[in-house]
Design a protein around this ligand. Structure first.
Ligand SMILES: [Zn+2]
Ligand SMILES: [Zn+2]
Length: 186
């Protein structure tokens, strides 16, 4: 058994569209390498700084990521023994993805990528109760919770005019609505 710690620049693809480890960002790895019958069992932890944006308000987000992973890297010569037995169509995919040692080396990148991507928040937010953006002007509502617009959306103004007309005959309290309708006619 051997323990290895490494700090590496992040490769491409350590993330999803809205959040991830920036290319070249520091990736801290703590690995434990164990010799087992079939190959080398790699158990590790990855730590990295994430950069992304809030899916509701687009504010930049910085978060720390920590993820665990484990992968068994088979000896190259074990391919037949472990990959060839009792294949079903479902096993085929797994066999192709089975990690193998290449000489004294193993390729950690696919394992690392899976571990990081699985640990990412799918819907990262700047804060749990982020209110998002105003649908009319794009203002960030968390900064200004009382934010609202007096003006009626023009797409609804015509409807409001209709409802004012409809209630014109009967009700006494339709004054404000009639006023609005008049304003729109001008
Ligand atoms: Zn937000
Ligand atoms: Zn607004």
């Amino acid at each position: 058994m051997r323990k290895v710690s490494r700090s590496l620049p992040a490769p491409e693809g350590l993330g999803i569209e809205v959040i991830g480890v920036p290319v070249g960002g520091a990736v801290e790895l703590d690995l434990r390498l164990e010799s087992v019958v079939e190959g080398v069992l790699v158990t590790g932890t990855v730590e990295a700084d994430l950069k992304g944006e809030c899916v509701r308000c687009l504010e930049p987000i910085e978060q720390e990521l920590e993820a665990d992973f484990q992968e068994l890297y088979y000896y190259p010569e074990s391919a037949d023994r472990f990959g060839g037995a009792s294949k079903t169509s479902e096993d085929d995919d797994e066999d192709e993805e089975a990690s193998r040692l290449e000489g004294d080396l193993f390729d950690l990148e696919p394992v690392l990528r899976d571990a990081v991507v699985l640990a990412l928040p799918l819907q990262p937010v700047c804060q749990e109760d982020c209110l998002g953006l105003c649908s009319e002007c794009g203002a960030r509502l968390t900064d200004d919770p009382d934010h609202h617009h007096e003006a009626v959306d023009p797409r609804w103004a015509a409807l409001q005019g209709l409802s004012a007309l409809a209630s014109e005959a009967g009700s006494e309290d339709s004054g404000t609505r009639e006023g609005a309708a008049e304003n729109q006619e001008k």
